[in-house]
Design a binder for this molecule. Structure first.
Ligand SMILES: C[S@@+](CC[C@H](N)C(=O)[O-])C[C@H]1O[C@@H](n2cnc3c(N)ncnc32)[C@H](O)[C@@H]1O
Length: 655
């Protein structure tokens, strides 16, 4: 039992608690003078978190590797990159709340820091496993001449960073760890306080990843659990072991609350209540033939056993009040029986669920519900069957290397968001977009409104072929992908595959649309990571004088549209990317209104007082103009006056 302390609170402990909640990676286990374990601060790490310069010092009591501190410095550096809308590649641009972002997730995570701070309920990632065959993006990277020459052709336009990481290279683990560590630091900020983080990994980096997750999330605030997933039941032959599993690391708040949904002990245990096999006909047990009443996916009642000569017209019969009568009848019209008799079915009512089948609503019996198990061995996690083959079928012969089983990801999403059907679910190593598919599927089954954010590097498939190191099977799959992308007229990138998968999966979900399902959001807004919208030289904040300004044509890059600018402003102001907006003409000037007045923007030059007044009258929360729009300071002062008078609470900024 815990002892009374009989003394005032230990302020040092309190202070360590406070620091731990903000910088868990700076908390270390150390020993006091008697050799007892106690918590302490790693001041070098803390200094590093607070500095843009590299701090010298020991990296003790932690997993350390070459480049770790540089990784932290880079993670904390701001980026000037932005996200540009790609309406042409999007689906249902105006109404969807799903987001697909093309770009290196390192920058993307930085760009999203304001808009999605503490808003994401589930982050699921499946990063490159560091098998020695992956190419990874490194931000801590400085290469010597020879290395540089060797890697020429892999360097992108900004002199970075896609590099081979072969087994045996001096920095084999370090390079991968730095890549992961800095992304995890950024990702953690986006997770909501009750959020869950899940990372898939295989045996190569499992131990290291588990360590850095403990560092990044801390051990006092978060529980860390390891699930073994049998994804390859046939096994991959190693020297001493046949590998049949990989891992999921679950990180979730450790405050004693329940954050993960109960699951049927094994999903296979959730069975159709309609009996099958021998002695499963209506005539085998008269009391097992009766209707369930289902409305809006809920079982609202159970009917009585009818007389023997009553034969329902079909398995699902629509009733006048909009509910359905559900009978144990097959697609062929055979009258079967339920597994429970009318008089005993109420005992298991809590475990029954109405679920859409292929053509009809079915009654499902969830047996033995309990907490999830730490070994997932069901056949549904087979990544060949429900990853490769499922994708191949969906995309008509185009494959992708090692997609996850749809059900492995689906069960993760379900476990973390069953109670929160509005959750934002993010995957910043999206690959073939299995996570987006899983989110839409789950929504279609429980009328959820979960939204996804996918991030994927536009990895070029032609280059992947040229750079070699890939086996024949992988090559063939890349070639099949290129063929499909050609047919669609898309660029040859992994993003093309992911986006097409979401399109196809969405169409399939709508087609199979279970009766009664409200419309599922199968659209997505595509954004592309790009350099700043502003011409750098002209935009160093306090750096320019009025005289300079008049010399400049524009501080906005010539190829950027109003909508590019609008979204750039949203990100800086911390507004989400998924809200509706409209554009209109006022006195010949174009005015954009985001989410009914969260922000109003006009990026035209020389705008008139009347337009400024009209905008101010609407009292938006925020207003943005172009600095150069006001030729001289007097009219700028005028704008401030107008807002002070008509909309004193509006925050006004210029770009
Ligand atoms: C193991 S795959 C994910 C597979 C995915 N879960 C699926 O089921 O298809 C990892 C993906 O991360 C992408 N990737 C690697 N580095 C990235 C980066 N820096 N930013 C964004 N995506 C990256 C790779 O292109 C690859 O598609």
């Amino acid at each position: 039992m815990e002892k009374m302390r009989m003394e005032s609170v230990d302020m040092v402990e309190k202070n360590i608690d406070k620091l731990a909640s903000v910088f868990p990676n700076c908390i270390r286990e150390t020993k006091d003078e008697n050799g007892n374990l106690k918590r302490g601060i790693n001041f070098t790490a803390l200094k590093q978190m607070l500095s843009t310069e590299l701090i010298e010092g020991d990296e003790a009591f932690e997993l350390s590797w070459v480049g770790k501190r540089t990784a932290i410095v880079d993670a904390n550096k701001p980026t000037r990159k932005t996200l540009r809308p790609r309406k042409d590649r999007s689906v249902n641009w105006d109404s969807t709340e799903n987001i697909y972002i093309e770009g290196d997730n390192f920058d993307v995570l930085k760009v999203l820091q304001e808009s999605y701070l503490h808003k994401v309920k589930l982050i699921y990632i499946d990063p490159p496993y560091n098998t020695g065959k992956n190419y990874i993006y490194r931000n801590d990277f400085s290469v010597d001449e020879d290395e540089f020459a060797e890697q020429a052709g892999l360097i992108d336009e900004e002199g970075a960073k896609l590099t081979a990481n072969p087994v045996g290279s001096a920095r084999f683990h370090s390079a991968w760890l730095s890549m992961m560590y800095q992304r995890l630091l950024l990702a953690r900020n986006l997770l909501s306080p009750d959020g869950v983080f899940i990372c898939a990994i295989d045996e190569n980096e499992f131990a290291n990843l588990a360590n850095i997750l403990k560092e990044v999330f801390g051990e006092s605030g978060y529980e860390h659990s390891y699930v073994s997933v049998v994804h390859n039941p046939r096994g991959q032959q190693g020297n001493n072991f046949s590998y049949v599993n990989e891992y999921l690391i679950f990180v979730y708040p450790a405050d004693g609350n329940k954050y993960l949904a109960d699951f049927p002990k094994d999903e296979i245990d959730s069975r159709n209540l309609r009996d099958s096999g021998t002695e499963s006909d209506r005539t085998d047990a008269r009391m097992c033939f009766y209707p369930f009443y289902v409305k809006d996916r809920k079982i609202i009642g159970i009917g009585e056993v009818p007389s023997n000569d009553y034969h329902p017209a079909s398995a699902n019969i629509l009733r006048e009040d909009g509910s359905y009568e559900i009978w144990p009848i097959t697609d062929n019209g055979d009258e079967k029986k339920w597994r429970y008799a009318r008089q005993s079915v109420e005992r298991i009512f809590e475990k029954l669920e109405a679920k859409p089948g292929r053509n009809t609503i079915q009654i499902i019996f969830n047996k033995d519900e309990g907490t999830m198990r730490s070994v997932w061995a069901n056949a549904r996690y087979d990544s060949s069957e429900y990853g490769t083959k499922l994708l191949d079928k969906l995309l008509g012969g185009c494959s992708f290397t090692f997609p996850k089983s749809l059900y492995a990801v689906y069960d993760c999403v379900k476990a973390a968001t069953r109670e929160d059907k509005d959750a934002i679910v993010m995957d910043f190593f999206s690959g073939s977009a299995t996570t987006a598919h899983a989110v839409m599927k789950l929504n279609s089954e429980d009328n959820g409104k979960r939204k996804f954010i996918m991030v994927q590097l536009p990895e070029n498939l032609d280059e992947a072929l040229v750079r070699g190191g890939t086996d024949a099977k992988t090559k063939a799959s890349i070639q099949s992908a290129i063929k499909m992308l050609d047919k669609l007229g898309y660029e040859h990138t992994i993003c093309g595959i992911g986006e097409e998968r979401i399109r196809k999966a969405g169409a399939q979900i709508l087609e199979e649309k279970p009766l009664e399902t409200e419309s599922v959001d199968v659209g997505f807004r595509v954004f592309e990571l790009d350099s700043s919208n502003m011409n750098d030289v002209y935009y160093e904040a306090n750096d320019y004088s009025q005289g300079m300004l008049s010399m400049l044509e524009s501080n906005v890059k010539a190829d950027r549209t109003d909508i590019d600018l609008l979204f750039g402003c949203l990100l800086e102001w911390g507004l989400p990317l998924s809200m509706p907006y409209s554009s209109e003409e006022i006195d010949g000037y174009t005015v954009h209104t985001y989410n009914k007045g969260d922000l109003i923007a006009c990026f035209d030059e020389n705008i008139s007082d009347s337009v400024v007044k009209e905008i101010a009258k609407r009292q938006p929360l925020r207003a943005v103009f172009r600095d150069s729009s006001f030729e001289g300071s007097p009219s700028k002062i005028n704008v401030s006056e107008i807002f002070k008078m008509l909309a004193p609470d509006t925050r006004v900024k210029v770009i």
